[in-house]
Design a protein around this ligand. Structure first.
Ligand SMILES: Cc1cc2nc3c(=O)[nH]c(=O)nc-3n(C[C@H](O)[C@H](O)[C@H](O)COP(=O)(O)OP(=O)(O)OC[C@H]3O[C@@H](n4cnc5c(N)ncnc54)[C@H](O)[C@@H]3O)c2cc1C
Length: 463
């Protein structure tokens, strides 16, 4: 009996989902599960890892996926706890030999995340499952359990790129420009899209129905979007079609540094695809094909090219994680030699500055506006993220890990690899050949908010 388990960690969609495709292959029965991980509620600093906007986005994504699965005779089980512990317990009854004492083969499939917590979860899961399989074998035939990670959140395929063996990537260029040139020289070999399944095997006995999922609150993003935001595959596909429905992509390069919607650009000054990409409601390959299809119909310009360029930044940070993993997370980043100061010492030393920055009470009204928008909506533009990070790192001499942790708490589109990669880059501790990016805040305000519209808009809001 081939019992397959699909642990949805970050790819909440049915179409173009390589992890789902792998889980469906040869499955006699399929169990779909997501974990509301209690680690996200932990306070490593003075706040939880996951704030309210991110929780809401996650609830939207899981509820929508459950609806999709239900229409195919399946369901999404959402369990709560620390994934490495709660998941094996939840799966335990699958490991018990069946009445005729035949060996079960349980295969768990999940999206690969090359970041420390996610890797720890997987190690704990593997160890605990193999213990449980041994125990089940004592009263019959031991089940065979495997856990398989699939890179379903990537745009590029390791096998088709010149970075050495997929397991080591020893020739991966550390700097973005060299990475991009090498990828572009290979002509960006892109796989075809995988269709959403039309049918699925049912869940195993005893797992036929999931628990009722909590109703997700609406998201508060009306000013950055033209419509109420929903984080689901259907909403992501609709947004993608909307973005490419006219000529926005031909203006992207000149509008992408906008801070907010305006009469001239509407909310489409940037693609705003990040929330759907971060939760995997859209695959980057889907976005890539939509971009290419837009260019086939409307012509390719340097501006439309730039959307692919930015997707390659996302990719660059993912590949750096594959290559360097947890070693990127040192206080001194990937160039670290010394041991990092303990987190409680950093917080004690920086707590007054951190409170001013976090709550938008610095001496820069422009920065304060950004911090307030971030805290209140879970979203700020890319330019504003750069300014806010630079302010924390260079004006307050803040530890990058504390700044990045606050972004992790607040950002609706939080993505561990993009967030860490960008923070390290601006701090000059990652892949920036110039050794860091200090933004002149006054100049940024004059250039990107010359009339002070953005600053006034958010300075009124109380936190
Ligand atoms: C300090 C800091 C932290 C960040 N944290 C995150 C994060 O947690 N999650 C996240 O998705 N992005 C993060 N970014 C990158 C970027 O700011 C957002 O992806 C972008 O603002 C999202 O808006 P958009 O979809 O309209 O982007 P667009 O400008 O339309 O770009 C299209 C897509 O390209 C990718 N992209 C664009 N810029 C970057 C970049 N600099 N790095 C990586 N990918 C990029 C995103 O997937 C984005 O959706 C961070 C940037 C900074 C400076």
């Amino acid at each position: 009996m081939n019992i397959h388990v699909l642990w949805f960690r970050g790819d909440f969609r049915l179409s173009d989902n390589p992890t789902l495709a792998a889980a469906l292959k040869g499955a006699d029965t399929l169990l779909c599960v997501a974990v509301d991980d209690t680690q996200w509620r932990e306070r490593q600093w003075s706040f939880q890892r996951r704030g309210p906007a991110r929780l809401t986005a996650w609830q939207h994504a899981t509820a929508a996926l459950n609806d999709q699965l239900t229409s195919l005779g399946q369901c999404l089980h959402v369990i709560t706890g620390q994934a490495g512990h709660v998941l094996p317990t939840f799966l335990n009854s699958l490991l018990v030999p069946s009445g005729d004492n035949t060996r079960s083969h349980v295969r768990v499939f999940t999206q690969a995340f090359h970041a420390p917590y996610e890797q720890d979860d997987l190690r704990a899961l593997r160890a605990r499952l193999s213990e449980l399989a041994q125990t089940s074998g004592m009263c019959g035939v031991a089940a065979v359990v495997t856990v398989e990670e699939i890179d379903s959140g990537d745009l590029l395929d390791a096998e088709k790129l010149p970075f050495g063996k997929a397991s080591t990537l020893h020739t991966l260029p550390p700097v973005f420009t060299a990475f991009r040139h090498q990828v572009e020289r290979c002509d960006m070999p892109m796989r075809a899209l995988l269709p959403a399944p039309l049918a699925m095997p049912g869940p195993p006995l005893g797992y036929e129905s999931g628990e009722a999922l909590p109703r997700a609150a609406p998201l508060q993003l009306s000013e950055q979007f033209d419509y109420p935001l929903e984080v689901s595959e259907a909403a992501g596909l609709k947004h993608l079609a909307w973005y490419f429905s006219d000529q926005k992509a031909h203006h992207y390069k000149s509008t992408r540094n906008g801070l907010m919607r305006s009469a001239a650009t509407g909310s489409g000054y940037a693609t705003k695809l990040s929330s759907w990409l971060a939760l995997g409601c859209l695959s980057p390959v889907t976005v890539w094909h939509a971009l290419k299809s837009f260019e086939a119909d409307n012509g390719a310009t340097n501006s439309s090219y730039w959307i692919g360029f930015e997707l390659l930044w996302r990719e660059h940070f993912r590949w750096l994680h594959k290559r360097h993993g947890a070693s990127l997370y040192k206080a001194q980043g990937s160039v670290a030699q010394q041991s990092p100061p303990a987190q409680h010492k950093i917080l004690a030393r920086q707590s007054a500055d951190f409170e001013r920055w976090r709550t938008g009470q610095t001496d820069s009204p422009f920065v304060n506006a950004g911090m307030r928008e971030l805290a209140l909506t879970g979203y700020v533009s890319n330019r504003m993220r750069q300014v806010l990070a630079s302010f924390w790192l260079y004006e307050y001499a803040g530890d990058w890990r504390l700044g990045a942790a606050w972004f992790e708490h607040t950002l609706l589109d939080y993505d561990v690899m993009s967030n860490t990669g960008n923070w390290l880059y601006i701090a000059g501790l990652g892949s920036d050949p110039k050794g860091g990016r200090r933004f002149d805040v006054a100049w940024q305000a004059r250039t990107h908010d010359p009339q002070g519209v953005y600053t006034r808009r958010w300075s009124k809001e109380a936190l």
